[in-house]
Design a protein around this ligand. Sequence first.
Ligand SMILES: Cc1cc2nc3c(=O)[nH]c(=O)nc-3n(C[C@H](O)[C@H](O)[C@H](O)COP(=O)(O)OP(=O)(O)OC[C@H]3O[C@@H](n4cnc5c(N)ncnc54)[C@H](O)[C@@H]3O)c2cc1C
Length: 495
Amino acid sequence: MHMPEPDSDVIERRDEICATLRTIIPAECVIDSVESMRAFDSDGLSAYRQLPLAVVLPETVAQIADVMKWCHQNGIKVVPRGAGTSLSGGALPLADAVLLGLGKFNKILDIDFDNRCVVAQPGVTNLAITNAVEDQGFYYAPDPSSQIACSVGGNVAENSGGVHCLKYGLTTNNLLGIEMVTIEGEILRLGGKHLDAGDYDLMGIMTGSEGLLGIVSEVTLRILQKPATRRALLVGFEDTESAGKAVGDVIGAGIIPAGMEMMDGLAINAAEDFANAGYPRSAAALIIVELDGPEVEVDTLIDRVEVIMKNAGASSIKVSQSEEERTLFWAGRKSAFPAVGRISPDYMCMDGTIPRRRLPDMMIRMASLSQKYGLRVANVFHAGDGNLHPLILFDANEPGELERAEDFGGDILRACVEMGGVLTGEHGVGIEKRDLMGIQFTEDDMKQQQRLKCAFDADHLLNPGKVFPHLHRCAELGRLHVHKGKMPHADIPRF
Ligand SMILES: Cc1cc2nc3c(=O)[nH]c(=O)nc-3n(C[C@H](O)[C@H](O)[C@H](O)COP(=O)(O)OP(=O)(O)OC[C@H]3O[C@@H](n4cnc5c(N)ncnc54)[C@H](O)[C@@H]3O)c2cc1C
């Protein structure tokens, strides 16, 4: 994995740059000692580490704007960072870039039940939003498994999802407004507490932009009323293909569960060892289905799902009888990643999406790839929305295993695109999938995406080296086709 060559002139000016930053924001908000910067040298993709030029931890939006403005005027790159849980390396520092951390923006600014929304600073954790409103019977629906740690600003930048996104949508569907700071230091407001904005959907562009277009400095999130009843089923299968088919059967029957997750045998046993959730240890696959709504509706849906699962060949079915039991069913799934961490020295979590009807084909492909590379894989899926999270197990101390795991992961993502899916469901492209973008997008597609990037950040100062395998100069992308000496739309200002 190659990153852009660091600018040695900038690195040589490090002391001078840090001294100037200390005149722009309080001195204690600039960190430049190697020991202190170690805490920021990677994100959740911990196979890659890099010390930044300096870490800045501003305390106000005005300070973010001042840092951005100065960096822009002086050609210094900026890497935004929330909680650093990205699994695609989006927050990996660069040697010649300032790492701008949002950790001090940890306050909920407004809880507005009348408008059913919460306004929060970007460093607030995802779970803190639900914690702040649950006593009034509300919650925030997108629930990444990292919700105890990841920040809402990071959620916007990655368009994060979770177990309950099948029914309630991803971050983009639950975001009403943002405040952002551009690389020029301009503070913009997009959307608000209302449902739709009257102009271009710039908020849609910012959501999932992986820190390449601007800094999210405030978010307005939709909150929902907690459903009256929630119950979950644990359904065991003796083969993974039947389980994969059952997922499509439920949705095909017109039922949208609140969540529908799948785990294979390796993941089931790791999670059971970790959480004692009552999972069927001998099953080759486990589906967890949650139904929510009024009690009578949930009871009817539970009956219908049971029938569908039996018809698909389920070997065991358990229905939660209490809220404690429902929570326990989820505890295993929610701790699946750390649980798998106990059975292998290292693992790599992949993230691709396929049409859910292709789940059985994917299970077969995954088994044959596991054999080809001689590496075990534990499968954890947001099965309802076709989002795969295969965990490839390897030992980084064994020469060549990391590279083999990366090649295995690359083949999984190729298979996703080949089966009509996409490279990422929710973890983003970052550096992890950057060099695979060409599998999904043509060179023209990527140039078009970069034109958008150029509109926000013409000098490529924000998070360079992420998402795009090759950066084109903005002037080159704006190249004109001048026909017979005539410039089209000569009145439009050019950059
Ligand atoms: C155990 C585990 C489980 C996970 N489960 C899920 C899951 O179920 N679903 C899911 O979607 N993800 C999951 N993730 C991935 C990760 O938690 C999400 O991508 C999360 O949204 C990242 O938030 P963060 O605050 O940690 O962002 P960071 O990791 O700090 O940054 C992520 C990206 O966002 C940019 N960024 C961060 N903050 C801002 C900001 N304020 N403005 C502009 N850009 C910004 C960064 O530059 C980077 O490109 C998981 C991660 C772990 C470690």
